[in-house]
Design a protein around this ligand. Structure first.
Ligand SMILES: [Zn+2]
Ligand SMILES: [Zn+2]
Length: 421
């Protein structure tokens, strides 16, 4: 038996990452400076966040709208029984920070609906976006925003002992939406929305059959690909870099492992990007009123402006009662409206089936709009989320288009990662 040789040196300071650094191409600086957005803090999100925390990732943004329930606990390393009823994103952020081996780790979180509650400006500030989501519609939205700023998107999905990982980077490769089929999207829309537009009050959602095992495997693969991508972004050559436009499928019941290429669809609706040089950062916030925002823009550009919220949101001003036809004042963004709100007070409770609601909406907001009362609404109230990138057109030349970021919201949305707190 040979004796172990110990080398003592005053210069050498052991760190938590010494074994990782033995990988020839590994750079702990790359890992700790990378900015990662994790969408979803359920079973997969927990495993992914645990991996990021232990490996010393330095900038992590966690988004989830749900509360912790007892049935989560068998799959969520970050939550315990005392957390039931608390917000997943908030508790996950605390645990990631406590678990991190990186003393400089910065964590921010968002408890809410990532689709309508977070602006585009969030997405352009991250290097890799990790999807740990449980539904296709949110995946599609996150993917579209990754396409918008040409950010890599790694989507993880689990079902029983099976898992799927897809790795995309539009326009270098196909995007997530290129690999989806329209039937499954239509099926999910039907569950969540009546007549494809308004939310159902009670979603008859079927809970997916999942266990921790598949979440742990897919999260390991997801973080592995994120590590490769970050190194490539920092011009560190890997023997085998992450491949974009690929889907990996593993079935734990019989150990089938498959690898597919996802071809790019020429008519994919997600294929649209904004050049980062075209985004104008401003001191506007989603808490400014429409009037304040329009004044600011007029002064900045020297012409009257129109804020165009298409296709992100529409603002419904009034509707007709489905039962009696009476006018109903709505004044809400479309995404906040439930299908049962299309009844006047008298008819509420009447049966609701097979109707098409009639309503008026606005997506162009200007100083001389007919709906004058909206000028006192904040941008948030008309459906524009914090840190959004809004489309602004010149009133008399709608081809003259500007992308305006509500940059004043940065300190509210990402206070730790952007060091503004
Ligand atoms: Zn696509
Ligand atoms: Zn009525």
């Amino acid at each position: 038996m040979s004796e172990k040789i110990k080398i003592h040196s005053d210069k050498y300071q052991e760190t938590a990452f010494d074994r990782a650094k033995l990988i020839s191409w590994w750079s702990q600086d790359v890992v700790s400076s990378g900015k990662i957005l994790v969408a979803g803090a359920g079973a997969t999100g927990n495993e992914t966040l645990k991996n990021l925390a232990l490996m010393g990732f330095g900038n992590i943004f966690i988004c989830d709208m749900d509360e912790i329930s007892v049935s989560n606990l068998s799959r969520t390393v970050l939550f315990d029984v005392n957390d039931v009823g608390k917000l997943k994103a908030e508790v996950a952020a605390q645990r990631v920070k406590a678990m991190s081996n990186n003393p400089d780790c910065k964590v921010d979180y968002f408890s809410g609906d990532i689709v309508n509650g977070l602006g585009h400006g969030v997405f352009r500030r991250f290097d890799v976006i990790l999807g740990c989501l449980d539904n296709i519609l949110t995946r599609l939205n996150v993917n579209r925003r990754c396409c918008l700023f040409q950010k890599p998107y790694i989507d993880a999905g689990i079902s029983e002992l099976g898992l799927t990982l897809s790795v995309h980077h539009y326009p270098e490769s196909s995007c997530y939406e290129c690999g989806t089929n329209t039937e499954s999207i239509a099926r999910e829309r039907k569950i969540r929305y009546s007549c494809d537009v308004f939310k159902q009050r009670a979603i008859r959602e079927k809970h997916a059959a999942t266990v921790l095992i598949s979440a742990a495997i897919v999260s390991a693969l997801q973080v592995q690909e994120a590590v490769k991508i970050l190194h490539a972004q920092n011009n560190i050559a890997l023997e085998v870099p992450a491949e974009f436009g690929k889907k990996y499928y593993y079935q734990g019941t019989n150990h089938t492992f498959e690898r597919f290429s996802v071809p790019s669809k020429s008519n994919c609706p997600a294929h649209f990007s904004i050049n980062s040089e075209d985004i104008i950062e401003t001191e506007l916030s989603s808490r400014n009123t429409l009037h304040e925002a329009l004044e600011f823009l007029r002064e900045k550009f020297g012409f009257e402006c129109v804020i165009d919220t298409y296709p992100d949101s529409f603002f419904v001003t009034e509707a007709r009662c489905i039962n009696c036809g009476r006018k109903i004042t709505v004044n809400k963004p479309m995404f906040e409206i439930f299908s049962d709100e299309f009844y006047c007070d008298e008819c509420r409770g009447a049966g609701m089936s097979g109707y098409t609601p009639e309503y008026n909406y606005v997506n162009l907001f200007s100083g001389d709009m007919t709906e004058k009362h909206l000028l006192d609404y904040t941008l948030e109230q008309i459906g524009i989320p914090p840190l959004h990138v809004i489309t602004v057109r010149e009133k008399n030349n709608s081809e003259n288009l500007k992308y305006i970021e509500l940059t004043a919201d940065l300190k509210r949305v990402l206070p730790n990662i952007y060091g503004l707190s």
